[in-house]
Structures are given as C-alpha cells and as structure tokens.
Design a protein around this ligand. Structure first.
Ligand code: ADP
Ligand code: MG
Length: 699
C-alpha cells in the first residue's frame, strides 16, 4: 500500500486550477504517460534552461536582443488604425532616459487598458528590440505593478514543452503542485546527505523549479544532483530487492550431459563464433550450479544470440526441464521460432510458440502440452505470463530485449517455476560501466565477434532535397533484383511532428514501382504485418516501407539496401539497430541516411558516428557521450530504460553511490521495516519503482 503521506502528490494534474481535459492530453504526451499524469510526474519534469530577468537597465541602456525588466510610466495607447487590424496595438511608455513601445498583435483594447493604464507605473519584462530607432518590446512576457514586481522572480525556469502547451500554463501548474508538496520523511542516510551536500527532497524540487541563481537548474549542482540520486537510489533499490529474491539459494542444477546441445551444434549450417561458444559455456556452467543464474547476454544485432539462447534451453531440456523465451513483440517471437524450429527439430527438441494470436482449441492444446511437460521450449510474447499458462517444470526464463519489460513481467515469468534461472538477451550494447546502472548486479556475456561472412555496410548521408535521386537509384537496384528496406519515423509521432509518414511514402513508391512495394507499421494487425513480412522475406516484394517495427530481430538476409528517412530524428542506438537488418547476407550492403538540412550539432555528430563505424559497442559509447552533452532526444530514443532526471554519464559518481547505498539497505533491512523503511517505500513510489515491493510484503 502506498504511504498515505504521498496522496497529495498522486492526485491527478486535472485537480489543479486551469488544467482541463485539453491540458490533460498535452500533459500525457509531454510526460509520456498513458493515463492522466499525477502531480509527482509534473514535479519530476525539470526545467531545461532559464530566462534571466534580473537585468534592470534604464531605457537608454537596454541592449537590443537581451531580456530586460524596465520600470516605466505609461504615456498613451495607440490601437491599430481602422482597416489595418494586422498592425499591432502599441502602448507608449517612458522613463527619464527615453521611450519604449510595447507592441501587441491582435491586442484586446479593454484588457490592455486595464493592464497598462495611462499614467501608471509598471514593470515590463521581455526581449528588447529596436524598431525604427525606438526601443520596442513585442508581447512583453510580464507586465506587473509595484506589488506584482515584489513577487516577480528574477529568473524563470523554462521547461521542455510540447506543441499546444503554453509555457505559462505549465509553469502555473508546477507552481500549484509545489504548493501541495507534503512534508516527506527523509530516505537518504544523514551521513550520505551531509557528505554530498544535499538539501531535502522538497527543497531540491523547489530549488530547481523556482531557481534563484542560473546554476540552480544545472544537473551538476546540488538540487538536481539530489533528485538524480533519489531516482538512481530508487532504481538500484528496486533491482537489489528483486535480485535478493531471485538469488535466494535453493536453485537446482539445470544442465545435462550435453548430448542435446551436441546434436544442435551438429545441425548448424555454420560454425559457432568464439564468443558464442564462450557464452554458451558460461551459461551451461551457471545452469549446473545450485544457485540461480542471473546473466545478461549482450550482442549487437546479428551477432547470433538466438542460437546461444537455444543451447541454454537445450541444456535445461537435457535434465528434462522446460525453458521459455519471451520477446517483446509478435514479430520478434516468430523470428526466434524461425531460427530455432529447424534446429530443434533435427535435434529432437520439442518447441512451440504462444502469442496473443494462438487462441481457442489451438491454445488449449498447447497449454495442456506445456503443463504435461511435452514441450521443452516455448517461445512467445507477454501471452506467456497469463495466469493459465502453467509449466510442468520451468527451469529457465530467457527474456529478450528485457528493458522493454518491467520488473513485474520478468517476475511473472520466473514465478511460473521454482528457482528459475534467468538469461536476459540485449541487443542494445551497453558499455560495461553502465550495465550496473541499468541491470544491477548481473553476470555478463558479450558476443563481440560477428559471424563469419558478414559484408561491410556502406553508409552514406543524403540531403532530403536529393530524394528523387535516391528513388531512381532504388529503381535500378530493384531491376537488379536487390531488396530494400525503407524506414520512416513512427506513425504515432506524425500528428505532432511534420514528417512524411510511412503510408504516404508507401503510396508514392507504389505509384512508381507498383506491387513490388509493401508496407508494415505498428498500427496494422499482427497477421497483416506477418503476411507482408513473409512476402518480403520470400522475395515477392522488392521494397518494404516500414516504421521502426523492423528495428529488432527481423532477419531477411537477402535485403541489402536500407533507406532511413528523417534519419536525424532517430537516436544513435536506434539507427544502429535498424541498420543491423542489412549486411546479413552475401551481398555488399548500402545504408542511406536521408536528413533534412539545417541539422543540429548533435544530430550531425550522430550521423557522422553512424557513417564511420558499425561497432555497436563504440556506437553505444558515443551515444552516451552525445546524450550526456544534452541531446534532447533523451533516453526514450535509445531504448534504454528511462531516467527522467539522472544522466548516467554526468552522474556516474552518483550511480556508484546509489548502488552501494541500495545494497547496504537490502543487507541491513531487506524488508524495509521501521521508519527508515517507510521513507524508502515513499521513495520507490515517487519514482515509480514500487513494483518490487509486493515481493517483500508490507513494512
Ligand atoms: P541476434 O543476435 O540479432 O538475435 P540472430 O541470433 O537473429 O542475431 O542471428 C542472426 C543471423 O545470423 C541468423 O540468421 C543466424 O542463423 C545467423 N548466425 C548465428 N550465428 C552464426 C554463426 N556463428 N555463423 C553464421 N551465421 C550465424
Ligand atoms: Mg535476435
């Protein structure tokens, strides 16, 4: 149960004055929530910059292009002349050094006469400009009287916004939310707090949202650092709790004599790479220990993780136990099955698939076979964690792309057996230093060498103005029998970001190339998607227009060309994942990154990195470096679990400290009891990491 003291912070934002259904929708989008955000979500949305209004020059000394706050007397009003409604409403004002014009386009006369009565003294804040030799402020941000001025903050925070949401509306909401902050118990150890110079959680929030000095919003400064530490501590504590539960002794030995594995290896049409052999051996050794395995298998796209996962499942099957492989999407699950099924069949291992699509009689029969132990390895999606899915003896849970699954889902799968060993597959190469941050304390195997025979990929950046040349080139490639992926940004984003979406591009290409073009996107039904994918894989289609649904796992070795539209909008890791779909067969491959002109520096740097290297680990490091320097695309694009406040590159020191603190807590008070335990529970709820709490029960 959530501590009652938190209730005010979990009230919906719509309980704030001025936040109605329209704002609700905008706030959902801004704060990345499916349902109405709570005040805490709003409060954890931190400013990205400030407006400094402290400059208070005389009119004569105001520097055009800077933000100034002027003390003026209002002289006269000049509404737009009749018939020229597009001219601004101008208010003339002055001080003892000169005149200033305040211009309001489509200004409302009644409103302005109240705001700026002739003869009154006002404080006006905004960006100074010169217009025909006079100082001018167009739409001043603030107009206040003496009393208002005393309350006017010298510094305004500026927040990342979304289209349609006004800065003032967000700021008013935040201010109200701050007023409702309850007195919270302190969860950080006093010694740690002193050493790091942290203020309280509430002080830190106030400090960042109502900065007094520009430094107050710096991620390196104490306020932000305190909040980053809180977020990291919550994350590490949740991991530590889960891990303490998973690692409880009483694991069983889950690896047999190797006979089944040998049969699979003999059935392979290729030789395992050195790192595949090492990873398989490390996993088998873990499985043979009477302690539960918690291992991360990292490998770039195409590095061959699936077959290593299959060997792990085979090791379990040798002891007559079952394994489950859970993938985040239907397409991925089927992809795994396609790699696994022929090998398993030759080796005499029983494999099945269970997704949302298996229904009725088919599903019932499958569940019966699973419960009877007649299936050795079941591959599937979330459908695997439904309550009626029962195993005879589940020994190994393999979780693909785990950062897309929450703790809850992972636990749900592992709870279907006793002391289940866990293998996590990740295609997002994470620098070793960061594994701790994201996955806590896991053993790691890396697939660093690529399978033999892979062709290098020629990657080029092409300006969007040259797209017709690209289309001509695609035409020649199609005539030569090549296959092409054409990637467009997410369909869901098209409503807010002007971009050619996949359907439009599909229509255009279809007009040119006819029925050689297919389309898949996230809004299509699963069966429709699969049908199109199958036609592409079978060579019926020459061009597959797709959103990022092809990002992970999809394997069509014959496709050797990829066009990525609006490449500047993708994160580095995502570009790398996408590109990994080509360069898998025997053909030399080409990747064309189409970008819009006027790239930001970071976008340009990203495209440069992706052109220069295909080494996923290097790309991950560069990604971190670039994002560390403030890429607004943030973590969502990179596929790493989202930290809203902590910046792993910047707060590396805090990551280590939070981890240590979390381990200490779990050692000293694993059930989070007493006052300090209660405070820590608050922390977990505030940062949405409370999923682990049911494991340890009420405090
Ligand atoms: P990922 O790591 O992206 O999941 P997959 O396991 O899907 O990679 O493997 C990609 C492709 O490489 C598959 O077609 C697989 O059969 C093939 N493959 C895997 N290991 C090797 C190897 N050692 N040599 C050649 N091909 C391999
Ligand atoms: Mg894969």
């Amino acid at each position: 149960m959530r501590p009652a003291v938190l209730n005010p912070l979990f009230a919906p934002v719509t309980s704030l004055a001025g936040v109605g259904p329209k704002q609700d929708k905008l706030f959902r989008y801004l704060l990345e929530r499916d349902d109405t955000p709570r005040l805490i979500d709003l409060l954890l949305h931190l400013p990205s910059s400030i407006i400094d209004r402290r400059a208070r020059p005389k009119i004569r000394d105001a520097v055009p292009g800077t933000i100034v706050t002027l003390e003026v007397t209002v002289d006269r009003h000049r509404p737009p002349p009749p018939g020229r409604s597009r001219a601004p409403y101008v208010v003339y004002a002055s001080d003892d050094t000169g005149d200033v014009q305040l211009a309001f386009f489509r200004g409302n006369r009644d409103y302005l006469e109240k705001l700026l009565p002739v003869g009154a003294r006002r404080y006006v804040s905004g960006t100074a400009q010169t217009f025909e030799g006079t100082l001018q402020i167009v739409h001043p941000d603030r107009v206040v009287d003496e009393a208002g001025f005393r309350k006017l903050p010298g510094i305004d925070p500026v927040y990342p916004l979304t289209e349609g949401l006004a800065r003032g509306a967000l700021q008013r909401a935040v201010t109200q939310a701050l007023d409702r902050l309850p007195v919270l118990p302190e969860w950080i150890d006093p010694a740690v707090r002193r050493r790091c110079g942290f203020s309280s959680f509430a002080e830190a929030l106030r400090g960042v949202h109502a900065p007094r000095e520009p430094e107050d919003i710096s991620p390196e400064a104490p306020f932000w650092s305190r909040l980053a530490f809180d977020e990291l501590l919550a994350h590490q504590l949740a991991l530590a709790i889960v891990r303490a539960q998973l690692r409880r002794p009483a694991g069983h030995r889950h690896a047999g004599d190797g006979a089944l594995r040998d049969r699979i290896i003999n059935a392979l049409p290729y030789a395992l790479t050195g790192s595949q052999r090492e990873a398989a051996a490390a996993i088998a050794a873990d499985l043979a220990q009477p302690v539960r395995m918690l291992r991360l298998l990292q490998g770039d796209v195409g590095s061959g993780k699936t077959v290593v996962a299959l060997l792990a499942a085979a090791a379990a099957a040798e002891t007559d136990k079952q394994a489950a492989l859970m993938a985040p999407t239907e397409i991925l699950a089927r992809q795994h099955l396609k790699t696994i099924a022929p090998l398993a069949e030759q080796a005499g291992m029983r494999v099945a698939i269970l997704t949302g699509r298996e229904k009725g009689k088919e599903r019932r029969e499958l569940l019966a076979r699973l419960a009877a132990g007649d299936i050795d390895l079941v591959v599937g999606t979330h459908a695997l964690i439904q309550d009626d899915v029962v195993f005879r003896t589940l020994a190994l849970a393999i979780i693909d792309e785990q950062h897309r699954f929450g703790v809850r889902e992972r636990l749900a799968l592992t709870s279907k057996g006793e002391a289940v060993d866990v293998l996590v597959l990740s295609a997002t190469p994470i620098p070793r230093t960061l594994v701790m941050t994201y996955f806590g304390d896991m053993d790691i195997s890396e697939l660093r060498d690529k399978p033999a025979g892979r062709q290098p990929i020629d990657t080029r950046a092409v300006a969007a103005s040259r797209i017709s040349e690209v289309i001509d080139a695609i035409g020649r490639a199609l005539d030569a029998g090549r296959q092409v992926y054409w990637i467009c940004p997410l369909v869901e984003e098209s409503e807010t970001v002007a971009s050619m979406d996949a359907e439009q591009r599909f229509a255009a290409l279809e007009k040119r190339f006819g029925d050689r073009v297919g389309l898949v996107h996230g809004r299509m039904r699963g069966t429709d998607k699969d049908r199109v994918m199958a036609r592409f894989a079978g060579g019926d289609l020459g061009v597959l227009v797709a959103t990022t649904v092809v990002e992970v796992g999809v394997d069509v070795p014959a496709a050797s060309i990829m066009v990525i539209e609006n490449a500047e909008r993708f994160g580095l890791a995502q570009l790398h994942q996408l590109r990994g779909r080509i360069g898998r067969g025997h053909l030399a491959s080409t990747c064309l990154l189409i970008y819009r002109e006027l790239l930001s520096d970071t976008a340009e740097a990203r495209l440069k990195v992706i052109r220069e290297t295909t080494d996923g680990f290097r790309i991950a490091e560069e990604d971190l470096r670039l994002r560390g320097e403030g890429d607004i695309l943030g973590t969502r694009q990179s596929g790493l679990p989202g930290f809203r406040i902590a910046r792993p590159a910047l707060h590396a020191q805090l990551v280590a400290q939070a981890r240590e603190a979390a381990l200490q807590i779990v050692r000293d008070d694993p059930k989070l009891t007493g006052q300090h335990g209660e405070a820590l529970r608050c922390l977990l709820y505030l940062f949405g990491r409370d999923e682990a709490l049911p494991l340890i029960g009420a405090g």
